[in-house]
Design a protein around this ligand. Structure first.
Ligand code: E4P
Length: 218
C-alpha cells in the first residue's frame, strides 16, 4: 500500500518525506487556501515546490466545473511537472474530462467519491485513482470503510485498473483498516501518519532498555 500525505504544507511534506515512507501527496483547494497561497502563479509555483520535495504522484485539483475549463486547467497543471496527477471532481463534466485526459495519457484522480456507483463510473472513464472520502462518510453516521471494501471488491471482480486511494482519513485505525481491506493508497494528514509510530508498550520497553543499559556502564 502506498502512503500519500494529504496536505499542501511544505514543512509537513518535508517531515513525512524525511521518514522515508512517503510515496506521494494529495492537495485540494481547501488545503491550498489554508497555506495562505494567493493568485494563479503562486498556486502553480507551490505545486512545483511540492513536486521538488517528493518523487511521486502529486494531486493538483482543478477549480473549473465545466468540461472545457477542466481540461484547459488540466493541461496547465500536467505541464508543470511529470509528477502531477490532475484531480477532477465526480460530476458529469468531470467524468467526461477524465475520459478525455485519460485518452491523452494525462493521469487523473477522481475526487469527492461517496458511493460505489461513482467509483464504477470513475474506473470506466479511465481514472488513474479514485478517492473515496472515508472520514466525511463517517461524519454522516455511515461506516466509510465499508465503501472502501465495496470498491476494492468491485474493482477486483472486474479487473479495473483504477487505484483505490482512500481519502479523508481521520485516524490511525482508518489507515490500518484500509491496509486490511486492500486499498492501493491511503492519503493521510501528518498527525495520522505519525500516530502509527505510537504504542505505550514501546515507550515503556524503551525506557527499561535504557535504564538497564546504564547498568552496563554505557
Ligand atoms: C484528499 O484527496 C481529499 O481532498 C481529502 O482527504 C479530504 O479530507 P477531509 O475530509 O479531511 O477534508
Amino acid at each position: 500500500m502506498k502512503f500519500f500525505i494529504d496536505t499542501a504544507n511544505l514543512d509537513q511534506i518535508r517531515e513525512a518525506q524525511a521518514l522515508g515512507i512517503l510515496d506521494g501527496v494529495t492537495t485540494n483547494p481547501s488545503l491550498m487556501a489554508k497555506e495562505g497561497i494567493k493568485g494563479k502563479d503562486a498556486i502553480l509555483k507551490h505545486y512545483i515546490d511540492i513536486c521538488n520535495i517528493v518523487d511521486g504522484p502529486v494531486s493538483a485539483e482543478v477549480i473549473s466545473t465545466e468540461f472545457e475549463g477542466m481540461i484547459a486547467e488540466a493541461d496547465v497543471l500536467a505541464s508543470l511537472h511529470d509528477n502531477i496527477v490532475v484531480k477532477i471532481p465526480m460530476t458529469k463534466d468531470g467524468i467526461k474530462a477524465i475520459r478525455y485526459l485519460s485518452d491523452k495519457g494525462i493521469r487523473t484522480n477522481c475526487t469527492l467519491v461517496f458511493s460505489a456507483g461513482q467509483a464504477i463510473l470513475a474506473a470506466k472513464a479511465g481514472a488513474t485513482y479514485v478517492s473515496p472520502f472515508i472520514g466525511r462518510i463517517d461524519d454522516s453516521s455511515v461506516d466509510g470503510l465499508d465503501l472502501i471494501d465495496q470498491i476494492v471488491s468491485i474493482y477486483q471482480i472486474h479487473g479495473f485498473e483504477t487505484k483505490v486511494l482512500a481519502a479523508s482519513i481521520r485516524n490511525t485505525l482508518h489507515i490500518v483498516k484500509c491496509a486490511e481491506l486492500g486499498a492501493d493508497v491511503v492519503t493521510s494528514p501528518l498527525a495520522s501518519i505519525l500516530g502509527l509510530l505510537y504504542h505505550p508498550l514501546t515507550d515503556i520497553g524503551l525506557a527499561k532498555f535504557i535504564e538497564d543499559s546504564k547498568k552496563m556502564g554505557l
